[in-house]
Ligand binder design. Structure first.
Ligand code: NAD
Length: 260
């Protein structure tokens, strides 16, 4: 097992990519904290992991609530005795041309992706520094950490921002053995993507099939969606990497949609 006895806090793990990462981490021996705004989904995920023989707890956490973030990590420390891995994954999407985008929606998206990444990083990093056993911080970026697309101004801005944060964490964390990296998936069929297919079709005046084939998959090498398993395996690779050689990087997992 690659993550035996490691403790991982995974935000947004009640659904989609985060949920699969939680399952795969548990299979690799990690104790996982499913931290999500949606408590019912978080509890269901934790229950399923425990039912399959893993170790998991669910905690209600809004990543932009400083008190909830700190309370969650305190519970993880009390329950599992430390934190070794943070997967900052919780996120939303808002589809809109810039000219129609409200300031409120701009701020909402930036807050969940960037304030959330900051608050969870600061809280976990403080504990990692105190414990002195290093750590791995992984941000869920996107191909949109490197590339722009119409209708996604705040998302593209936030995902680019995560790369900046990871580089600073990599530099500040190095002396404590803390690494920071960004995973940049292509389109993955999760509720976040399923919701935006009709929204993009409407905004672009094309069919839903055209959104899938011409917007989402056209530039991949094989016309395939990235899978939740693809992303989870990348997270395991990054979390289990044995040295600080791999830090401050972003890893694109997109079926060749974007090549660095
Ligand atoms: P999803 O909608 O399936 O899951 C997102 C989870 O985040 C949900 O469980 C939701 O309750 C939670 N969440 C939302 N706001 C929160 C908050 N304020 N505090 C705590 N939890 C909150 O979406 P997903 O596709 O699994 O997305 C996960 C991450 O992956 C996001 O950061 C997303 O931007 C990123 N991503 C997704 C894709 C894709 O194609 N699906 C591609 C690249 C990157």
């Amino acid at each position: 097992m690659k993550l035996q006895n490691k403790v991982a806090v995974i935000t947004g793990a009640g659904s989609g990519i985060g949920r699969e990462i939680a399952f795969e981490f548990a299979r690799e021996g990690s104790k996982v904290c499913i931290a999500d705004l949606a408590m019912e989904a978080a509890s269901a995920t934790a229950k399923e992991i425990v039912g399959a023989g893993g170790t998991a707890m669910a905690v209600e956490m809004n990543v932009i609530d400083e008190i909830q973030v700190e309370a969650c990590v305190t519970r993880v420390l009390e329950t599992y005795g430390g934190v070794d891995v943070l997967i900052s994954n919780a996120g939303i999407q808002i589809i809109s041309p810039i000219v129609d985008l409200s300031f409120e929606n701009w701020k909402k998206l930036l807050a969940i992706h960037l304030d959330g990444a900051f608050l969870t990083t600061r809280t976990c990093m403080r504990e990692m520094v105190k414990a002195g056993r290093g750590g791995s911080i992984i941000y869920m970026g996107s191909v949109h950490s490197h590339e722009g697309s119409p209708l996604k101004a705040p998302y593209v801005t936030a995902k680019h921002g995560l790369i900046g944060l990871a580089k600073v964490v990599a530099k500040e964390g190095a002396q404590y053995g803390i690494r920071a990296n960004v995973i940049c998936p292509g389109f993955v069929r999760t509720p976040l993507v399923d919701r935006q297919i009709p929204e993009q079709a409407k905004a672009l005046g094309i069919s839903e099939a055209e959104v899938v084939n011409n917007v989402m998959l056209k530039r991949t090498v094989d016309g395939e969606f990235t899978s939740i398993q693809d992303v989870a395996q990348t997270a395991i690779f990054l979390a289990a990497f044995p040295s600080s050689a791999l830090t401050g990087q972003s890893l694109v997992v997109s079926h060749g949609w974007f090549m660095q």
